[in-house]
Design a binder for this molecule. Structure first.
Ligand code: AQP
Length: 331
């Protein structure tokens, strides 16, 4: 089966709806016909300052949410990035293949380093997409399920794979981004001109682990648009369109069907239904996450097994790379 790789940062107490609809649902679906490698990318997390105890806790909470959402450790390798040292090792080789100007063109770096309250910018934040390339190439992944904001990083990964392959001989599989239709960029409920993000004020971000009342309140307070008709119009009505998209993603009804359904009703009715479908879908995920966190020993065993499986693939790739670039093998 073709391989798939993706990662998510343990940098919040909960994943959010953007993470879920942009990426994590595809993680779960792709397990059916792919050999999947999914990791909690703690090396990426420290590109901005983290409290050590909080980072450790969030790494476990992240793994628990992934299992609760349906990542199946029998079929897929679920692991923590730092448990597989080959990521950092291949990351270095990739850095030496990346042009400074090339790295400077990454728009996410520009956004994150100039963001209000960002603090001092680390070199790690600058080279983060290069480490991400290593994450993907180590597993010879054919597909990478991510949201729209990662498209440019995937392009860089492909450029680096092409460069390595032409300089040293065919080594890496060329990865394709796997970006969903419709939900590739879930918008912030308070600022529907921006993607939903943990770094914006919490009121615009639906966290998977928020309780039902908090979620309903955030949806009730979502910024809508002038006018009163519930119709999709990404330019004129981004807020309403975003709510329709979210409804559709959970209810399975198409946006066109929903427009019909809401003909003659107002934004308030739309919000009420969106809150209902979202909270209903999240309740079992929250219950399962809590259960998994009640016994972290079991969770840690799952992660250890996942790391062992990941290393089984990552180590031979790294050995080939080391040999090709001319490193003297140790006796
Ligand atoms: N709003 C979004 N819509 C669709 N997909 C999204 N993703 C993130 N936000 C949206 C996708 O989620 C996956 C994991 O993302 P990450 O671990 O890289 O976290 P992030 O992108 O740093 O998440 P945030 O909340 O957006 O963080 P900040 O505020 O730090 O930028 C990725 O596949 C991503 O595309």
């Amino acid at each position: 089966a073709p391989r798939v790789l993706s990662g998510i940062q343990p940098t919040a107490d909960s994943f959010h709806l953007g993470n879920l609809l942009g990426a994590l649902r595809q993680w779960v679906a792709l397990q059916d016909d792919h050999e999947a490698f999914y990791c909690v990318v703690d090396l990426h997390a420290i590109t901005v300052e983290q409290d050590p105890a909080v980072l450790r806790r969030r790494t476990l909470v992240s793994a628990a949410q992934l299992l609760a959402l349906g990542v199946d450790p029998e079929r897929s390798a679920l692991f923590v990035q730092s448990h597989v040292p080959e990521h950092a090792q291949l990351g270095w080789v990739m850095q030496c293949l990346t042009g400074f100007g090339e790295a400077s063109r990454m728009t996410q770096f520009k956004d994150k380093s100039t963001r209000e309250g960002a603090g001092p910018t680390s070199v790690g934040l600058f080279t983060y997409p290069v480490l991400q390339a290593a994450d993907i190439l180590l597993y010879q992944a054919a597909r990478v399920p991510v949201g729209e904001d990662q498209r440019q990083h995937l392009e860089l990964t492909r450029d680096l794979a092409t460069r390595f392959n032409s300089r040293y001989g065919p080594t890496f599989t060329m990865p394709e981004p796997y970006i969903p239709q419709g939900t590739a960029k879930v918008l912030d409920l308070q600022s529907p001109d921006k993607k939903m993000s943990k770094s914006l004020p919490d009121a615009g971000c639906i966290n998977l682990l928020d309780d039902a009342r908090a979620t309903a309140k955030k949806i009730r307070s979502a910024v809508t648009d002038t006018g009163r008709e519930v119709v999709a119009d990404p330019v004129g009505k981004p807020g309403v369109t975003n709510l329709l998209t979210i409804h559709s993603a959970f209810s399975g009804q198409s946006v066109a069907e929903l427009e019909q359904h809401f003909a003659g009703s107002g934004y308030g009715d739309l919000k009420k239904e969106v809150a209902a479908v979202v909270t209903e879908a999240l309740a079992p995920v929250q219950a399962r996450t809590a259960e998994l966190l009640a016994d972290t020993a079991e969770l840690e065993r799952v992660l250890a097994a996942g790391a062992a499986r990941a290393r089984g693939v990552a180590a031979p790739t790294l050995a080939t790379v080391y040999e090709r670039v001319g490193f003297l093998p140790p006796l």
